[in-house]
Design a protein around this ligand. Structure first.
Ligand SMILES: Nc1ncnc2c1ncn2[C@@H]1O[C@H](COP(=O)(O)OP(=O)(O)OP(=O)(O)O)[C@@H](O)[C@H]1O
Ligand SMILES: [Mg+2]
Length: 331
């Protein structure tokens, strides 16, 4: 709860207790009862809870956000909108939603997770029901594999018991020890309940760079053939993506039973970004800072970015990462 809210609540309660002192016992009981109810109402109003006041999915707004804020990702955009909308409008899903986002660095994987959170939870990424977990930070030592396994299970169980509509983001999956993610397999499966807890309304999102090379190869093939980027379809990427992730020892999903058992609902490819997308990112960043977007500045920033392959200079090496700091330099 924000300090100002807490102060307000305390003020209301202390005023109520001053009033209470002035009355006889029966009136006191009534006033105390009313005060408690009022306190609870204010508390619920101000404090995030696992109900429709705080968790309300807005499909239209997610669509608008994906359309206007996410650049150059027509495939990811479409899959995410369909997957999340379908899942959130189903009151009785058979399993949790499991998305695995793949692609080159700086192409919008964390950014999309944020857009999803903002359109599901009033508090967005600050929601106490959104949990981010980074391999290198949370599970750094390979010797503690068994401890991590248990912790991971307890952590998910505890959070889902607290709120069924919880969202878990596993960042840097490629840096996770192979096999660790398998410990959460039961929670992603088609079970009604496990030990009295239902996981079916939860959302699990895995982020990784694994498979990025195969996506780049396809994007480059299209580019070299003079074909429009928007012509790339999921089917052009999907098979090679899930295979390369499954067979990549460094993917965190190496030979995982999550893929074997088809527990990942969607593999979502993120395409490498081109010059024009970097320009769009720079324009968006200026807008977000409340300054008038300047095309010349955006062009300058985009020209300053490094592109690959060296011969053709098509895709931005860092995607839209570091655009923020580059803008500081030019403005
Ligand atoms: N496709 C995009 N559309 C709009 N903005 C983007 C896009 N990709 C990246 N950005 C911007 O760049 C920032 C960094 O991107 P993000 O953290 O989402 O990359 P990532 O795909 O998670 O990269 P990494 O694999 O290195 O973690 C975002 O906060 C966002 O501002
Ligand atoms: Mg990221």
């Amino acid at each position: 709860m924000k300090p100002a809210h807490l102060y307000l609540l305390l003020h209301v309660l202390s005023t109520a207790s001053v009033l209470v002192n002035a009355f006889d016992p029966i009136t006191t009981t009534v006033v105390v009862g009313l005060g408690a109810t009022l306190g609870r109402t204010i508390y619920n109003y101000l404090h995030e809870s696992c109900d429709s006041k705080w968790i309300a999915f807005n499909a239209t707004s997610l669509e608008a956000d994906l359309e206007s804020k996410l650049f150059g990702q027509h495939i990811a955009s479409r899959i995410i909108l369909k997957a999340v909308t379908g899942f959130m409008s189903n009151d009785n899903p058979k399993k949790p939603l499991v998305l695995s986002l793949h692609g080159w660095t700086g192409t919008g994987k964390n950014f999309v997770s944020q857009l999803i959170a903002e359109n599901v939870y009033k508090e967005g990424m600050d929601s106490s029901f959104v949990h981010i977990f980074t391999s290198e930070l949370h599970f750094p030592h390979s010797s503690q594999f068994d401890t991590y396994k248990t912790q991971l299970q307890q952590w998910i169980k505890g959070n889902v018991s607290n709120c069924g509509r919880s969202m878990f983001v596993f960042d840097e999956m490629d840096k996770m020890q192979p096999g660790l993610i398998d410990s959460i397999k039961p929670y992603l499966d088609y079970y009604d309940k496990l030990d009295g807890v239902s996981y079916r309304k939860a959302i699990f999102i895995f982020l990784s760079n694994a498979g990025g090379e195969s996506i780049i190869q396809t994007a480059l093939d299209f580019w070299r053939a003079g074909r429009d980027r928007e012509e790339i379809e999921l089917k052009d990427l999907e098979t090679s993506l899930s295979l390369s992730v499954f067979n990549n020892k460094k993917s965190g999903l190496w030979h995982t039973s999550l893929i074997d058992k088809n527990l990942v609902d969607f593999f979502v490819p993120f395409l490498p970004l081109e010059y024009r997308h970097v320009v769009q990112c720079a324009m968006a960043e200026m807008k977000a800072r409340g300054v008038q977007p300047d095309q010349d500045v955006a062009d300058q920033v985009a020209r300053d970015v490094v592109y690959f392959p060296k011969s053709d200079r098509v895709f931005s090496v860092k995607g839209c990462k570091t655009i923020e700091s580059k803008l500081d330099y030019y403005t």
